[in-house]
Design a protein around this ligand. Structure first.
Ligand code: ADP
Length: 636
């Protein structure tokens, strides 16, 4: 047999395969089964118009055999087969060489993970085999040929005997080494599970002999108290179809039970709890695809970490081409699990190319709409479930509103929920707005670590006393998200600790204005005594019981300052503070009475400012000085 050389590029790929340290070598099986399935497709379609093929749909099959002793694994199909010329052309060169670029990563200079990115096809066999034989007889030919290669040195083609049309690929599996146990590919259970994992939905049966244990013939177990013993069983080898052939998502919805949907979810997405909702859809039009999407009932343990990988499994014609394809899910729906099966995508499309694939973008947009619609439906019809969803993934949705400068707020704003003061329950912004009294101008919120702490804020009293509802923002992201929305249903958001609340009547406002003007000099003295800690001191009418509070002016609230203060580079972001004194509290009179006593005003300013900071949960800058002032008061 004459040895022929591989084409230059094929040689490179072959070399990579042989020396591969790629960790997912198992994908070779998927590639070979997929080739076999394509060959079956070709002959099957031919059989539809050509009677001479003489085969029925159920005759087409793929057979796998393992021969442990000789370390042989074969994958045989009765598909269209190849002639000697085709063996030469198809297996001697890489058909898709154009797409196979041996790139180096621009930044690291390392070889790009070609194997991971491309369906590398037939040559992937050389990751696990040191010799590959392909015996094939093409449809319409009486001759068969054998292609043999032991790797880089080339390949040979010679005539051989083969009774029927089709192809048999035989791999001589590499010897085990310290690091690699290639022998696993000679274990029929391992092979069977790989078929299930990658090729379950190949439309032709994939058949392999499997050992099973069964009751020996003639064992009489009819007695009521019959005790089975191991001797009653025998081990037999039986051909078994390994793949289920029909994907769940290709069945009609009406034929699928909730148990099947849930079982599929638990088996495939590593969850012990049933999902909250399932979306099963068939889409035709700009893109034709099936989708099976699940909304989990709880966040995976690593969900809010960097390690979490979002994505949907991507199938092309029943073959999985990408696990967790990230481009199919926007970040704010990263919790969704599931898969997409498209007829339009090529099996060998690379991950890089997927990102730019127009078809995939269309699919991703449709998927996003379906998820949004399902969540809205849940919110409308199954409130309890939606609240469970919200508790698990609400933070992600809120980040979604905030990220990308609010680009997705329109998609997400109706999904938001916050706890409110009226009922101590989660409510949507729409529900809040629907319940607003006519004279309420804004959507009020307050920030704090917990609901209880917010309830203690002096600024919250005025809003609640007016009968207005207050939203509790206890998540750090809450206020950032709301700043992106700016308003909802044309109602602005107002932070009770920061914004001008405008709760007073015109007369009250007028009166307060006058009181503030009268006390202008007092406040100037107090502000100076605080040494620049606040931008202003003034009277307020919004406090009820408490004598004093701190509010902020401008875009940065105190809560935002706390969050930003922990971020590198944003430590200097400061809220502009105002100390507000309750104009109708006896302490206001004390302040007024001290008008001419600069020293006393200074001390009062420091004490009141410290008090207000403590109520806000902030640190007091100079506790020793404050303690001394208190002692002075106590001693009198
Ligand atoms: P791809 O499948 O992406 O085209 P491969 O390297 O896997 O690339 O295979 C190259 C070609 O060899 C296939 O396109 C097909 O024409 C042929 N081939 C591979 N396996 C078989 C098979 N089992 N039966 C018939 N033809 C095959």
């Amino acid at each position: 047999m004459r040895t022929k050389q591989f084409k230059a590029e094929s040689k490179k790929l072959m070399d990579m395969m042989i020396n591969s340290i790629y960790t997912h070598k198992e994908i070779f099986l998927r590639e070979l089964i997929s080739n076999a399935s394509d060959a079956l497709d070709k002959l099957y379609f031919r059989s539809l118009t050509d009677e001479n093929v003489g085969m029925n749909r159920e005759d087409f099959r793929i057979d796998i055999t393992v021969d442990k002793e000789n370390r042989l694994l074969t994958i045989a199909d009765n598909g269209v087969g190849m002639t000697a010329e085709e063996l030469d052309k198809n297996l001697g060169t890489i058909a898709k060489s154009g797409s196979l670029e041996f790139k180096k990563d621009n930044e690291t200079g390392e070889d790009v993970d070609v194997i991971g990115q491309f369906g590398v096809g037939f040559y992937s066999a050389f990751m696990v085999a040191d010799k590959v034989t392909v015996e094939s007889r093409a449809y319409g030919s009486d001759e068969a040929n054998r292609w043999v290669s032991s790797g880089i040195d080339g390949y040979g083609i010679e005539p051989c005997e083969k009774e029927s049309v089709g192809t048999v690929v035989t791999l001589h599996i590499k010897e085990d080494s310290e690091d690699e146990k290639y022998g696993e590919f000679l274990d029929s259970y391992r092979i069977s599970s790989l078929v299930k994992k990658y090729s379950d939905y190949i439309r032709y049966p994939i058949i392999m002999d499997m050992e099973t244990s069964r009751l020996k013939e003639g064992v009489d177990t009819s007695a009521e108290d019959y005790k089975y013993s191991p001797d009653d069983y025998e081990t037999v080898t039986e051909p078994r179809t390994l793949n289920s052939m029909i994907p769940l998502w290709k069945k009609n919805k009406s034929e699928i039970t909730p148990e099947e949907y849930n079982g599929f979810y638990k088996d495939n997405f590593m969850d012990y709890e049933e999902p909250l909702a399932v979306v099963h859809s068939k889409t035709e039009g700009a893109a034709t695809f099936n989708a099976l999407l699940y909304i989990p009932a709880h966040a995976p343990w690593d969900f809010y970490t960097k390690n979490y990988e979002k994505g949907l499994n991507l199938y092309s014609k029943g073959v999985m081409i990408s696990e967790k394809c990230a481009d199919l899910l926007p970040d704010y729906f990263s919790f969704v699990k599931g898969l997409v099966d498209s007829e339009d995508l090529s099996l060998n499309i690379s991950r890089e190319m997927l990102q730019h694939d127009r078809q995939l973008q269309v699919i991703a947009r449709t998927v996003e709409k379906k998820i949004k619609a399902e969540l809205s439906k849940l919110l409308q019809n199954e409130r309890e479930k939606y609240e469970k969803f919200w508790n698990a993934f609400g933070t992600q949705i809120k980040f979604g509103v905030y990220n990308d400068y609010g680009a997705h707020k329109d998609v997400l704003q109706d999904l938001l929920m916050f706890v409110s003061s009226n009922e101590d329950k989660l409510m949507t912004l729409q529900e809040y707005v629907d319940r607003m009294p006519e004279d309420q101008k804004a959507i009020y919120y307050a920030c704090g670590e917990t609901k209880e702490k917010i309830d203690m804020l002096p600024q919250a009293d005025a809003v609640k006393e007016k009968g207005f509802e207050l939203l509790y923002f206890t998540d750090q992201v809450d206020e950032f998200a709301i700043k992106m929305l700016m308003n909802y249903a044309e109602k602005p958001f107002a932070n009770v600790c920061a914004d001008e609340l405008d709760l007073a009547t015109d007369e009250e406002k007028e009166e307060l204005k006058k009181e503030n003007e009268d006390a202008k000099d007092i406040f100037e003295t107090m502000k100076n005594a605080l040494g620049g800690a606040v931008n202003a001191v003034r009277f307020t009418s919004k406090l009820k019981k408490h004598p004093v509070c701190i509010t902020s002016e401008g875009g940065i609230s105190l809560e935002m300052e706390k969050v930003l203060g922990q971020m590198p580079g944003a430590e200097d972001v400061k809220a502009q503070l105002v100390m507000e004194i309750n104009a109708s509290h006896p302490i206001a009179d004390t302040v007024r009475e001290a008008a001419d006593d600069e020293d006393r005003l200074g001390k009062l300013a420091k004490l009141l400012y410290a008090e207000a900071r403590m109520i806000e949960g902030m640190q007091v800058d100079d506790p020793v000085e404050i303690a001394e002032l208190i002692n002075e008061l106590i001693v009198g």
